[in-house]
Structures are given as structure tokens and as C-alpha cells.
Design a protein around this ligand. Structure first.
Ligand SMILES: *[C@@H]1O[C@H](CO)[C@@H](O)[C@H](O)[C@H]1NC(C)=O
Ligand SMILES: *[C@@H]1O[C@H](CO)[C@@H](O)[C@H](O)[C@H]1NC(C)=O
Ligand SMILES: *[C@@H]1O[C@H](CO)[C@@H](O)[C@H](O)[C@H]1NC(C)=O
Length: 380
């Protein structure tokens, strides 16, 4: 009798595990610190060493993605990195290339690729205590079949000076720029792609001729040098970029939340939280917020619906993760989900997603607690 009930418990446990594994059980990316006091060439070495597949990825990107007519421009860029890329990116890219065994051109192209093809959902929201929250999904590489590859090089990096974190990022290793970042007690920032048609030629010409900024480099420089929401917003609005984009920024003080819609040479629109008028969150996907998203790619409506039903009083790390786990919002191209809050920096976190048609909406920590309970039951 006792043995029977014991094995029944085991059966239940195994079935439960199987169901969870076949849905999206998020996994934790590796976490690193990067020492900004080191020379730029040396900063990424210990991280790149953990990802031996990097050289192959750079090579695959080059072969599958880069149109041949821009090869000469990439060559020119790789030959004279210091002339075209702002400090410290040229030196860091050389260091990454050296540590990974890839050639410099390949790493340059990987760096540019990462900002050419991101589809994503970003949310900035204020809770009823006035705290600003920021969360995002990064959907990537679907068109090129790179999604799995990018999940495998996802990492959290804390950029430190004097042993203290100046800013943190969720990133793909090999990328010197940042697309998801937090400056503690300053601001949080993410970028979503804005469709811009033929990209490579225009972007490279802008970089070589006008020294406009790759967006990932602009975000990193902003995280490094600006200390407030207003400073970050101003820098993003006024800097020429090689790509169009939606920059989502959250602050450490109430009401500080904005989406900047950028063209290459100007900001087309600045959209802000407006608490007195009930606009307590902004959702940005990959379409101008003032037009309806196409019916074939509407991630905005499910995200808004989920935020509406969550309610401003219930916004936290767990509920934002749930909103970003709504089907469509999370999808087969989602590489990671990140949560941030400049006013409460320990909220900064990320999970690699493995969506395959079914999303688990709970934070992995919550899932683990459930496992633990059942395991204990089986021991009785
Ligand atoms: C990702 O990493 C896992 C585990 O290390 C490995 O099994 C898988 O083949 C990798 N996938 C890709 C696309 O590199
Ligand atoms: C928040 O507000 C305080 C007081 O108004 C100000 O001193 C501080 O700079 C603000 N912080 C940010 C990050 O904007
Ligand atoms: C969410 O709530 C806002 C404010 O009440 C409303 O304007 C909007 O239509 C709602 N959106 C969805 C998708 O439920």
C-alpha cells in the first residue's frame, strides 16, 4: 500500500515534469562582470573564452547575411576601425576578434548585424508607488535561422569601474554595443528595430561618411556617460544614428518613461508617460505607436490587454514576465526576456526563452518552488 502510493506520487511527478519541459521553461543566461579599468582589448577576454562558437557565428553571419556589394565598405571599415568607430569600440572589437579567433571584419559585421534585424517588445510602466519598471523581449534572427544560435550566446554583463557596477546589460557575447541596459539609480534603456528597407548600404555609408553612430554603441555610451533620465533622453534625441529605431527609456523618478522614435538624422516623435491622464504604461513593438500594427504581426494588442488586466497596482517583476509571456508577445523567435528598474536596480534580470507553442508564464524561481514542494511530498 505504502509502496503503491509512493510510486503513484512518482508518476504524477514525472508527468508534471514532462508537461513543463515541453512548454517554455526559461533558462538563466551566464552572468559576468567586465572590468572597465582594463585596457579595452583585454576587457572581453574571459567572457569570449566561454563561447568558442563565436568565430563560427561571425563567419555564418558574414556568409548568410551581408550583401556582397557592401564587402568593400566592410573591408575599409575593418582596416581603419579607429578612424570610423568611436573609442573604445575599435579596441574592444579587436580584442574580441583576437580572443575568439575570428577575423576583425567578421566581428564588425556581427556587431552591425545585431542591430539590423531585431524584432522585439518593450514596455515601460509606472506602478502605483511611482516606481518605473521596464521590461522587454528580444526576438531575433528568425529570418536567418539564427535564433537558437543567439540564445546560446546570451549573457548578463555588469560593467564595473573600481569594482562597482556602473551599468549592466543583457547582451549577445561578441557585441560591444548594448540593446538592453540599466544604469542603477539613473535610467534603463532598450531599443526595438524600426523597419527601414534596404539597410546595409545606407548604414555603412552613414558610418563611413558622416560618422553617425551604430545604435548599440550609442546606447552603451549613453549608459556610460549619462546619469539621469533627462540626460539619456537628450543624448538619444540629438545623436545621428546609422539605423532608425525605437528607443525605450525609463527613469529612477516617477513619470520618467519615454519612447523615442528615431529616423537617422532626427527624432520623429517623443512619446511619454502621462500619469495624470491615465497613461501609466507605454508598449512599443516594431511599429510607430501612432499607427495600428499590421494584423500579421500584432504583438501590441495582446501586451496592452495583459497590462490592462494586470492593473497598475500589480506591476512587478513577476507580472511583467507574465505579460511578456503572452503568446505572440513571446514567440518562436524570442531569445530572451529582461526586467529592469532604475529605481530598484536589483530587479535587473533575464531569462532565455524556449517557446515552442506553449508559454509558461511564471518566473522560473516560482516554478522551482513548485518542483520543490512536490519533491518533498514524494519523500513522505
Ligand atoms: C546551444 O547549446 C546547446 C547546449 O550547449 C547545444 O546542445 C546546442 O547544439 C547549441 N545550439 C546551437 C544552435 O549552437
Ligand atoms: C530624481 O529627482 C531628484 C529630485 O527631484 C533629482 O535630484 C534626481 O536627479 C532625479 N533623478 C533622476 C535619475 O532623474
Ligand atoms: C487598455 O486600456 C486603455 C485605457 O483604459 C484603453 O484605451 C485600451 O483600449 C485598452 N487596450 C486593450 C487592448 O485592452
Amino acid at each position: 500500500m505504502g509502496r503503491l502510493s509512493h510510486s503513484l506520487y512518482c508518476c504524477v511527478f514525472i508527468v508534471f515534469v514532462t508537461v513543463l519541459v515541453s512548454s517554455d521553461v526559461p533558462t538563466k543566461p551566464k552572468v559576468y562582470t567586465l572590468n572597465l579599468d582594463l585596457p579595452p582589448e583585454e576587457r572581453w577576454m574571459h567572457i569570449v573564452k566561454d563561447f568558442p562558437q563565436l568565430a563560427e557565428i561571425a563567419d555564418t553571419i558574414t556568409r548568410r547575411v551581408i550583401p556582397e556589394d557592401v564587402y568593400p565598405l566592410v573591408d575599409q571599415l575593418a582596416q581603419e576601425l579607429d578612424k570610423y568607430l568611436p573609442e573604445p569600440f575599435a579596441q574592444e572589437i579587436r580584442g574580441i576578434a583576437k580572443a575568439s579567433g575570428a577575423d576583425v571584419g567578421g566581428i564588425v559585421m556581427a556587431n552591425l548585424f545585431y542591430e539590423a534585424t531585431a524584432f522585439c517588445t518593450s514596455i515601460v510602466a509606472q506602478d502605483t508607488n511611482g516606481l518605473i519598471w521596464h521590461a522587454r523581449n528580444l526576438d531575433y534572427g528568425g529570418k536567418y535561422g539564427f535564433t537558437e544560435m543567439l540564445k546560446n550566446i546570451t549573457a548578463i554583463v555588469h560593467f564595473q569601474k573600481g569594482g562597482k557596477t556602473v551599468y549592466s546589460a543583457v547582451t549577445y557575447v561578441g557585441f560591444a554595443g548594448i540593446v538592453t541596459g540599466q544604469r542603477p539609480y539613473g535610467f534603463t534603456i532598450s531599443i526595438d528595430e524600426r523597419d527601414q528597407g534596404a539597410w546595409w548600404m545606407n548604414a555603412l555609408v552613414a558610418l563611413l561618411d558622416r560618422q553617425a553612430w551604430p545604435v548599440g554603441f550609442l546606447i552603451r555610451k549613453t549608459l556610460e556617460e549619462e546619469t539621469t533620465f533627462e540626460g539619456a533622453l537628450d543624448r538619444i534625441v540629438t545623436t545621428d544614428t546609422i539605423a532608425e529605431g525605437y528607443f525605450i527609456i525609463g527613469g529612477a523618478n516617477s513619470s520618467q518613461g519615454a519612447v523615442v522614435t528615431r529616423a537617422r538624422l532626427q527624432a520623429d516623435n517623443i512619446w511619454k508617460l502621462d500619469i495624470p491622464n491615465g497613461r501609466w504604461y507605454l508598449v512599443e513593438t516594431n511599429y510607430d505607436h501612432w499607427v495600428d500594427p499590421p494584423a500579421t504581426d500584432n504583438r501590441r494588442t495582446p501586451a496592452m490587454k495583459a497590462l490592462n488586466s494586470t492593473g497598475q497596482q500589480n506591476i512587478n517583476k513577476g507580472t511583467l514576465f507574465e505579460v511578456l509571456s503572452e503568446p505572440l508577445v513571446v514567440n518562436r523567435h524570442t531569445t530572451y526576456t529582461a526586467t529592469m528598474s532604475a529605481g530598484k536596480p536589483d530587479v535587473f534580470d533575464a531569462w532565455v526563452r524556449h517557446y515552442n507553442g506553449q508559454a509558461s508564464k511564471r518566473l522560473p524561481e516560482v516554478l522551482q518552488k513548485k518542483f520543490f514542494k512536490i519533491e518533498k511530498n514524494t519523500l513522505k
